[in-house]
Every structure is written in C-alpha cells, then in structure tokens.
Design a protein around this ligand. Structure first.
Ligand SMILES: Nc1nc2c(ncn2[C@@H]2O[C@H](COP(=O)(O)OP(=O)(O)O)[C@@H](O)[C@H]2O)c(=O)[nH]1
Ligand SMILES: [Mg+2]
Length: 299
C-alpha cells in the first residue's frame, strides 16, 4: 500500500526541519517523497535531497501555486500533503491514508484541534481559525472543525476533479470548497499539532493572510450560497427602511409630514425585499445546476 502513496511537502525556507521530516517518512517506508520548493533562500533544497526526497522548484510564487503544480506531477493513487515545518507527525500518516485506502473517503483532513501542543497556535491564530471555520460552516452548511489544516490525504481521482486557482494560503479553503462542490467524501481525523521549532518562523502573516483567507471564503461562497449573502444585504435595506419609516410615522401622528423621507422609506423597503427575491432566485438557479451536475456525474 505504501508504494501507492506520494508524500507531498510544499516548502519555503524550512531548512531547519525538512531533513528530519523526510527521513522519518522514509523510515516509515514511504519511498516517494516529493518536495516542491518555493525557491527557498536557505538550505531547504540540499537538506531535502540529502534525506532522499525528490525536489522540484516551483514556478511562480505561493503555496497554492506550488500545490497545483505538484498535483499535476503525481501519478500514485494517494497523495498526502504535509507542511515542511515539522508541526505535524509523519507517524500519524496512517490515520489519514487508511480511510482512503479502504475506499471510505476521497479527502481526509487532519483536525489539529483534537490535540495541539501549548504554543502551537498563538492567541490570534486560534481565534482567527475559529472564526474562519465558523464562517465557512455557515456558508457551506457543513460541520467541519479545521478547514485550514496543513495535513491532508487525497484519492488522486478526487484531485483530478478539483478546479484549483488559489495561489497563496487560500489553497486550503479551495481544496475544501472543491471537495464540497464536487460531492467528494470528506472526513476529519484527529491529529497532533506541534509548535514550530524556535527560529523557524511561519510564512503566514496572521492578520494579512487571515483577511485574505476570509475574503476567499466569502468570494467562493457567494456562488455556492447566494441566498445567505443577498439576504444579509436585503436585511440591511429593510432595517434602514423600518428605521426611517418609524420616524416618519411617529411624526405623522403628531401632525408633521415628511414627504422625501416617506419616499425614501418606500424605496429602501422595496429594494430590500427585491434583493431577498433575487437571493431566492439565485438560490434556485444554483440548486438546479447542482442537481444537474450530480446527475451528469452519475453517468
Ligand atoms: N512551495 C512553497 N511552499 C510554501 C510557500 N509558502 C509557504 N510554504 C510552505 O507551506 C507550508 C505551510 O506554511 P506555514 O508557514 O507552515 O503556514 P502555517 O502552517 O499556517 O503557519 C510550509 O511547509 C511552508 O514552508 C510558497 O510560496 N511556496
Ligand atoms: Mg505550518
């Protein structure tokens, strides 16, 4: 079974940890370890090669770009993706592979919240992760605990069905979104998460990348769940209409008339209700399209 697995490690300046990581996979019997490097300025490439990994330099920039390029090169049945920073344990790889090898899942995600070392998440990181997971779950009507995990396994047939476009850290969101859109069977398994080694900082900027990831969820979610977005916008209009309307009515009882404000009330309320209706229609279109795709896939 191990012959059918490719261990894929995207790296950018992970010289401190990559050698040990590759060596541990080799020791476990995984021969095909592919490191896709983002043109590191440290000794990542030589360290990875020394441990026996196949190393390629990515074209362009970003983890997402690297992952997409690597996916195109893999010819094994199962791909495991793992960060090169030593925060995930190679010894737990079976947990991720087993459901795929058994034909029970197409995409297995390691849930870091199951068992994380103190200091593995900073306060901001933990908070950001929780918020983004919550947003995602509302948007996609799912119940996942850790959509941004860096330890995953895929059935390669599943990878072939994904349309991936995110160049940066949005790739994690996109992998999850595509799995939902393509009706792939997803499964979360509990894994351990370690703190990064001292002097080996993360490449992720918690604020900037956090917002980018949030925006990616928003952008990709718009076409999946338009009702949610349009009902929020609709609700804002209707609420504004009610606010102005209350004022107008209040004064009207006192014998004061506000003609322009009355017109504004009507416009706000009507626009709000119309946006709701657009949301409802978009939702129907999306539903029908999803049903159609599902039927087509069965053939
Ligand atoms: N090839 C490639 N790998 C990257 C790039 N940026 C980050 N990585 C790697 O992607 C993995 C995840 O990044 P990391 O900094 O650990 O993010 P974190 O786990 O959210 O802190 C690590 O192995 C990084 O070395 C990039 O631009 N290109
Ligand atoms: Mg990491």
């Amino acid at each position: 079974m191990k012959d059918n697995v490719c261990i894929l490690i995207p790296t950018l300046n992970e010289g401190k940890t990559i050698r040990d990581l590759v060596a541990r996979f080799k020791a476990l019997g995984y021969e095909d370890v592919l490191v896709i490097d983002g043109n590191s300025s440290d000794d990542t490439v030589s360290e990875a090669k020394a441990a026996g990994a196949r190393v390629i330099s990515q074209d362009g920039k970003g983890k997402g770009t690297a992952v997409q390029q690597a996916f195109g090169l893999i010819d094994r049945d199962i791909t495991v993706m793992i960060d090169g920073d030593g925060t995930y344990l190679p010894e737990e790889v079976e947990k991720l592979i087993e459901p795929i090898a058994a034909g029970k899942a197409d995409h297995v995600m390691g849930n870091r919240f199951a068992n994380y070392e103190k200091g593995a998440f900073t306060g901001l990181n933990l908070f950001g992760n929780k918020v983004l997971n919550k947003l995602f779950n509302i948007d996609y009507k799912v119940c996942l605990e850790d959509i941004l995990t860096g330890y995953r396994a895929f059935d390669n047939k599943a990878i072939k069905r994904m349309d991936l476009n995110q160049s940066g850290f949005g790739i994690e969101v996109e992998l999850t979104v595509e799995s939902i859109k393509k009706d792939l069977r997803m499964l979360e398994v509990p894994i351990s998460y370690r703190a990064r080694a001292a002097g080996a900082p993360t490449k992720l900027n918690p604020l900037e990348d956090g917002f980018k990831i949030g925006y990616t969820i928003y952008k990709l979610g718009k076409t999946y769940n338009p009702m949610l977005y349009l009902s929020i916008v609709g609700a804002i209009f209707v609420a504004a209409g009610i606010a102005v309307g209350t004022y107008v009515t209040w004064d009207w009882f006192k014998g004061i008339n506000h003609l322009p404000l009355t017109i504004l009330t009507a416009l706000l309320t009507i626009t709000g209700v119309q946006i709701f209706i657009f949301g409802y229609l978009s939702d129907m279109i999306v539903q029908v399209q999803r049903e159609t795709l599902r039927e087509l896939r069965k053939r």
